[in-house]
Design a protein around this ligand. Structure first.
Ligand code: AMP
Length: 394
């Protein structure tokens, strides 16, 4: 059965087509600059990467070109062969703790939750509507990024602000990257060959979040009401003293929205280094003796270590730590700096094993108190698996 996993951004559309239940990737790719000119797409098929420039006015155009490519490359004979489309969606509020078949009420709820994810939810809805037009007979499912974190308890998800802010305005921790944390923690349990585990998952990419996962369920996560909480990120500040915001408004005359933009887009590694939000540039800067890059990296590592330590205590120990996403999978030096700070817990890095990028591997010595793994994330596969199981349920 052919199932399409898609991730729609406001001007992009990433996709992977799976043959299920074999979990074989038939084709993958991304449409970029949809609706903003100079659009193009890249597809990977049979180990070959093809890039084409094409006019893409909207997401429907992208889906239609995808169908044409699939037919031209003999992946399908007609679009009805795609039995289901699974959509990565971000904010599902408190209601959605699992993947669901999309109907009008799901769309209405996504619209309702858009105020909590103003960039992401509207983009997903655009993708879903376009997909429904191009694949009218396919089952459409929504895989929410917040769903995996729905198992958190009140004591962990509430903020110490007036309780009415929660009941009236929904102010609480929702978390993000849930599909990634779910995938890597599941994979970690498979590797450990047990399910009653205490796992700390570190999804460190451009955005970053850390989760504490007990017996396969998330008990706490570092992102909050929005993705700008928890650890320091590429261009986001993460946790800061909230009084900085009114203070800087008073000092500069900036609006709340302008300050929010600075905290999301000009802070983190970029804000401190003044160089870049990309770890690779920070690493280069350090090699070239840039002191601000060095400081940014130290602050970045410190905050990740603080969350690992916090979750070690919360979980009452730890069976494994997982690194995933762009930095977690690829930055040899960031992983080493983090693990060096965990020697107090008996963690011992295996430097040779750590000298690797983007593959599943244990990176600690056999006598390390906690094994640490790189597990490349695979949100698309989780989307395909969830969608396939909803197809089986009819
Ligand atoms: P993601 O958001 O998961 O796609 O991660 C993107 C980020 O991963 C980039 O902005 C880089 O900071 C980081 N990254 C990717 N490749 C490398 C690498 N080889 N070394 C260090 N950082 C990397």
């Amino acid at each position: 059965m052919k199932i399409l996993s898609v991730n729609a951004g406001s001007s992009s559309l990433k996709f992977q087509l799976y043959e299920m239940p074999e979990e074989e990737v038939l084709i993958s790719g991304v449409f970029e600059r949809i609706g903003i000119g100079n659009s193009f797409y890249t597809i990977k098929l049979n180990g070959e990467k093809i890039k084409k420039e094409v006019e893409l006015n909207n997401h429907k155009d992208a889906f239609e070109i995808l169908v044409k490519e699939l037919i031209d490359n003999n992946v399908i004979n007609s679009c009805d062969e795609i039995k289901a489309v699974g959509h990565r969606t971000v904010q599902g509020g408190e209601k959605y703790d699992h993947t669901v078949v999309i109907d009008d009420s799901v769309i209405n709820d996504m619209v309702k939750y858009s105020s909590l994810a103003p960039l992401h939810n509207p983009a997903s809805i655009t993708g879903i509507n376009a997909s429904k037009e191009v694949f009218p007979n396919a089952l459409q499912t929504a895989v929410f990024d917040t769903a995996f974190h729905a198992s958190m308890k009140e004591v962990d998800y509430l903020y110490p602000v007036p309780y009415e802010w929660y009941t009236k305005y929904g102010i609480r921790k929702y978390g993000m990257h849930g599909t990634s944390h779910r995938y890597v923690s599941m994979r970690m349990n498979e590797i450990l060959d047990k399910s009653d585990t205490k796992i700390i998952t570190c999804h460190i990419g451009n955005g970053a979040s850390i989760s504490a996962v007990k017996d396969g369920k998330c008990i706490d996560t570092s992102m909050g009401l929005t993705p700008n909480a928890g650890v320091m990120m590429g261009s986001r500040c993460g946790d800061i003293d909230c009084s900085i915001i009114p203070y800087i408004i008073e000092q500069t005359g900036m609006s709340a929205k302008e300050v929010d933009t600075v905290l999301n887009k000009q802070s983190g590694l970029l804000g401190i280094s003044g160089v870049s939000s990309d770890s690779r540039d920070i690493e280069d800067g350090i090699k070239n003796g840039n002191e601000r890059c060095k400081l940014a990296q130290e602050m970045y590592v410190k905050r990740i270590v603080e969350y690992i330590a916090k979750y070690y205590v919360l979980l009452g120990g730890c069976d494994a730590i997982v690194f995933t996403a762009g930095v977690g999978e690829n930055s040899i030096s960031t992983r080493k700096q983090i693990l060096d700070k965990l020697t107090v817990l008996g963690v011992k890095i295996d430097e040779k094993a750590n000298d690797i990028r983007g593959v599943e591997q244990k990176i600690t010595a056999d006598d390390s108190s906690i094994p640490v793994y790189i597990i490349p994330t695979n949100e698309e596969l989780m989307i395909a698996r969830d969608t396939y199981s909803l197809m089986l349920q009819g």
